[in-house]
Each structure stands twice: as C-alpha cells, then as structure tokens.
Design a protein around this ligand. Structure first.
Ligand code: FAD
Length: 385
C-alpha cells in the first residue's frame, strides 16, 4: 500500500495549486459579493487539461485518471469550492457518461468542447417534487417519430443557465418509475422551448450558477437519446457514483481550508498574553478538525483508487462523501468560533466556508440517502457496484 503521490500526481497537484492561486484566488471575494460566474476560468482550466480526467485522449482527455483528478479538484476546491463543480459538471458528469454510454458520433461531438472548457456542462435529474426519489420525476419526453418532445421542469441544476451541453433525465414510459426513465443530451444553444431561470436566493455557492430549467415543447433530436431507452435510472446512478466524488473531494478540501485558516489565526491571535493556539481547548478543536479531515482525505483517495482499478466503489464513494461533508461542516463551524468576532465578519472566509459546507449535506444524495446506501450494501440488501 502506497500513501504517497507519484511524481506525475505531484506535478498535477502543483499545476492545480498554482492555477487556483493565480486564476481563482484573486477573484474569490469579488465574485462572492457579486454572485458572479467568471466563465473564462473554465476555459483556462480546459486549456491546462484540468477538465479531462479518465477520458480517452482521442476525445480530448488528458491521459490521467481518478487519482490525478481528485488531486487536482482538491487544490481548486481548497481555494474556492464553487469551482470544484466544473470538474464534476463537465468531466465526471456529462463527458464521462457520454464516453461510457454514448455512440461514436455523440462522443466526437460533445466530449471535446466539455473538456476544453468551451462548453459549460450540467446534469439534471432533480425536480421540485422529486429530489431523493429520482424515480418520481415527471418531466416527460414523448417519442414523436423523428424527434423527442420534452415537457416539464428541473430544479437546482448546477451550471444550469450557463450550460451549453447537459445530460437530462426524463420519463419515457409513463408509470414505469425508475424503469421508465431515459437520458438525453441537450444542446442548450440549439434547443428551442427551454427557459432557464437563475436561482438567486441561495445560502451559498454564490458564484456558481444554479437554475430552474423549464421545458415547453422542447424539440430534442432523435439521436440525442444517450444509451438504451428506459435505462436512464441505471445511467443516472452510474453517473452519480462518479460525480459524487466531486462532492466528497470538494467537501474534504473545504475542511482543510478551514483547518489551515484556523491554524494560522490561532498562531497569530493573542489573548491573555499568548497565542490562542496555546490554549488546550483551541488545540482540542484543531486536533478534531485534523482527525476528521485526514480520515476523509484517505477515504476520498480510497474511493478514487477503487474507481481507477475498476472495482466496486459505490459504498466507498458514499462513505467518502458523508465523511467529507461531516468534516467540512464541523471544520467550518469550529473555524468561525476560533476566529471569534472576526469569523462573523465577511472580511474573513469563515462565513463562506460555513455557507458552502452546508451544500454537501444535500446535493447528489443527502447524508441520509448515503447512510442508507452504506447500510443497504453492508446488510446485503443491494450489491456494491
Ligand atoms: C447547490 C445545489 C446544487 C445542486 N445541483 C444539482 C444538479 O446539478 N443536478 C440535479 O439534478 N440536482 C442538483 N441539486 C439537487 C439535489 O441533488 C437535491 O436537492 C437532493 O437530491 C435532495 O433532494 P430534495 O432537496 O428534494 O430533498 P428531499 O428528497 O425532499 O429530502 C428532504 C429530507 O428528507 C430526507 N429523506 C428523503 N428521503 C429519505 C429516505 N428515503 N430516508 C431518509 N431520509 C430521507 C432527506 O435526507 C432530507 O433531509 C442541487 C442542490 C443544491 C442545493
């Protein structure tokens, strides 16, 4: 067992770290304040190859896999967790799913712009009345012979109103539940009948676009069905098992950012004539943050390693996601306490850490749903895929 990074992984880490410090860090506070999505960052990520993990080079992949992808996402999310969404939203979501389930024509057309950062990607399953219960979605795709006609709406879609290419899950067999869903590739720049409404009243993730998507007789070409008809639920679960790594890694990185900030503050801030880090109660808080962040990071790398080696990874991914999310929420909460009043000021990042940490408890499966997956696999009720 090797706990170190290879030379190539160290290079990826350094590249992503330098990129995040140079291209993302200078805009963090400004973009937070203005809720501004700085789209050119995505293109720059694409130019550097930071979007092309585990995808064949012939479609624009960077020749590297899960371990390297996780390493890169970690560095980006540490600086600003909103930008970790790009790797999930472009690569591990649509590109990887099209690569697995798509036709040659679909791969050639849609994967390269997602990996180069020319296109903003997305994936849409959630609806106003269908969140955890994916099989209860209502958006309907009617087979009109030479095209699909889409009606319905999706909620909380990351990248949504900025998206160029997205996966969309819809009902194709009424009353079929999970067995009646299919997956479609949507070219948002060439699909009349789609209205995209930004969700502006969000607790966090302010620079990341999140949207409602409304489909009113939206015409989708016949050839944009991804994978077999009525296999959408299976494709969706396959996709989530990959994109959830973005949550697990992003959450753990946020925990590390909050820990590092707290350490710096505890060493600088003096009270009662000494740095507050000398107080045992602060040390206890730092030690707890470190324990959780360290454990979550190992679990993230274990899940990535299982994926890299094409071994069952669903349970490990859920464990990594819940652990990362617990570490993030706890670390952000404690950081705000360690910073005292300054933690409550928007001039320090504690508020952002706390706002952004809370998303991880909900998106791509709530913590309850992930604990359910862990238990079901453990009890033998479902296989570990
Ligand atoms: C910032 C953000 C970005 C998002 N991005 C996307 C995206 O890109 N694409 C997309 O499709 N969706 C996206 N979502 C939606 C997200 O995936 C859903 O919100 C999530 O799956 C939960 O669904 P829900 O909000 O409807 O909660 P509900 O399913 O209504 O759950 C409400 C509560 O009930 C609990 N609960 C539900 N069922 C069970 C059960 N069986 N056992 C125990 N407890 C249960 C939940 O844990 C939760 O506490 C995003 C959400 C957010 C906040």
């Amino acid at each position: 067992m090797d706990f170190g990074l290879t030379e190539e992984q160290k290079m990826v880490q350094e590249t992503a770290r330098n990129f995040a410090e140079k291209e993302i860090a200078p805009y963090v506070e400004e973009d937070e304040e203005n809720h501004y999505y700085r789209r050119e960052i995505l293109k720059k990520m694409g130019d550097l190859g930071l979007l092309g993990w585990s995808i064949p080079e012939e479609y624009g992949g960077n020749g590297m896999g899960w371990m390297e992808g996780v390493t890169a996402l970690y560095e980006i999310a540490k600086v600003h967790t909103s930008w970790r969404l790009s790797i999930s939203g472009n690569c591990w979501g649509p590109a990887m799913t099209i690569n697995e389930w798509g036709t040659e024509a679909q791969k050639k057309k849609y994967i390269p712009p997602l990996l180069s950062g020319e296109a903003v990607g997305s994936f849409a399953m959630t609806e106003a009345n269908s969140g955890s219960d994916v099989g209860a979605m209502k958006t309907f795709a009617a087979d009109k012979g030479d095209h699909w006609l889409l009606n319905g709406s999706k909620m909380w879609i990351s990248g949504g109103h900025a998206s160029d290419i997205g996966l969309l899950y819809a009902v194709t067999t009424e009353g079929g539940g999970p067995k009646g869903l299919s997956c479609f590739i949507i070219d948002y720049n060439d699909t009349p009948g789609v209205t995209r409404i930004p969700i502006t009243k969000k607790v966090g993730m302010w620079p990341a676009p999140t949207s409602e998507l409304v489909f009113e007789n939206a015409v989708v070409p016949k050839e944009n069905l991804l994978g077999p008809l009525n296999k959408g639920f299976q494709i969706c679960m396959w996709q989530l098992n990959n994109t959830r790594m973005g949550c697990a890694t992003g959450a753990t990185a946020l925990a590390e950012a909050a820990l590092e900030g707290s350490i710096q503050y505890a060493n600088e801030r003096t009270q009662f004539g000494q740095p507050i880090g000398k107080f045992q109660m602060i040390q206890q808080q730092i030690a707890e943050m470190k324990l959780e962040e360290d454990a979550a990071k190992l679990l993230v790398y274990r899940a990535a390693w299982l994926k890299e080696n094409k071994m069952p990874s669903q349970q490990a991914t859920s464990i990594a996601k819940v652990s990362g999310c617990n570490a993030a929420v706890h670390a952000a909460n404690v950081a705000m306490k360690i910073y005292g009043s300054y933690g409550y000021s928007t001039e320090y990042p504690c508020g952002r850490w706390l706002r952004d940490a809370k998303q991880f408890e909900t998106l791509e499966g709530t913590s309850n749903i992930h604990m359910g997956i862990v238990a079901s696999i453990e009890l033998g009720f479902q296989p570990n895929r």
